[in-house]
Design a binder for this molecule. Structure first.
Ligand SMILES: Nc1nc2c(ncn2[C@@H]2O[C@H](COP(=O)(O)OP(=O)(O)OP(=O)(O)O)[C@@H](O)[C@H]2O)c(=O)[nH]1
Ligand SMILES: [Mg+2]
Length: 235
């Protein structure tokens, strides 16, 4: 049972090496083989080169460079397609998502199809302003209500799943845009009756670098995406 950790990066030079080192440390405690795939969209700050120069002697670290495309969701799909693991972990690269949870997610997905790191189950949370936390919680309620889904954190982006659940799924119809790919992913998986468990996680504050999320624009785009899913309109 090989594990693939997929890390999409854009201008994450400040955090990426520390993050990969921490993931390697955490994964030293799990028995299965693993790979860490970095998908960088030619970041101007040299994130890709930073990874290459720090991990040349480690074949488990696989840096990939995209020069003709940009975007979070398509980078994740690129990483999935270039990965070889039976289980996949997707996470942010700015320490929002704590690597220490990976072993638990990996074990839990022996019993469930998908494990999500969730901010909105008991024990979960987010180190951010109260207004961003509450705003995100309310928006997640809106998603739950409109799409009739059980999942409480539909914008998590920190998750582990068994590769086999992707069989016969048109992935381009899910993995496009920004964080809204995760709403589509969970919606499709719940309609297919895949088993999903939400594990409480406290999102830590971004360490270094700048945010790529433009909150008001993304909120508008996410709302559009939710309505399109509800109406059954494809991209
Ligand atoms: N490859 C790639 N990765 C991206 C792109 N945009 C964002 N990312 C990565 O996606 C992850 C999430 O982006 P963030 O800027 O942290 O977004 P956020 O977590 O909503 O916002 P923060 O509060 O700043 O943490 C990070 O690992 C980014 O480096 C992109 O266009 N291409
Ligand atoms: Mg982040």
């Amino acid at each position: 049972m090989k594990l693939s950790v997929i890390l999409p990066t854009y201008n994450e030079k400040e955090a990426i090496v520390l993050l990969i080192r921490e993931i390697i440390q955490v994964l030293a405690t799990v028995p299965q083989p693993y790979e860490i795939i970095i998908v960088d969209d030619n970041s101007p700050d040299g994130t890709y080169q930073e990874v290459v120069s720090n991990f040349t002697d480690n074949p488990a670290v696989v840096p990939l460079l995209r020069t003709h495309e940009r975007g979070l969701a398509s980078a994740i799909l690129f990483g999935i397609r270039h990965s070889t693991g039976d289980k996949l972990v997707i996470m942010d690269t700015d320490f929002n998502h704590p690597p220490k949870l990976i072993p638990l997610m990996s074990v839990i997905t022996d019993f469930f199809d998908i494990a999500i790191g969730s901010r909105y189950v008991v024990g979960g949370g987010m180190e951010t302003s109260k207004s961003r936390y509450i705003g995100s919680k309310i928006f997640n309620k809106f998603i739950q209500y409109l799409l009739v889904v059980q999942t409480k954190d539909n914008l998590s982006g920190f998750f582990c799943f068994n590769r086999k659940i992707l069989e016969n799924i048109h992935l381009e119809k899910i993995f496009y845009g920004y964080g809204d790919y995760f709403i589509r992913f969970l919606y499709v998986m719940q309609r297919l009756k895949k088993t999903i468990i939400e594990i409480p996680v406290v999102y830590e504050d971004r360490q270094g670098g700048l945010s790529k999320t433009r909150l008001s624009i993304e909120l508008f785009n996410y709302t559009k995406s939710v309505i399109k899913i509800r109406l059954g309109i494809d991209r």
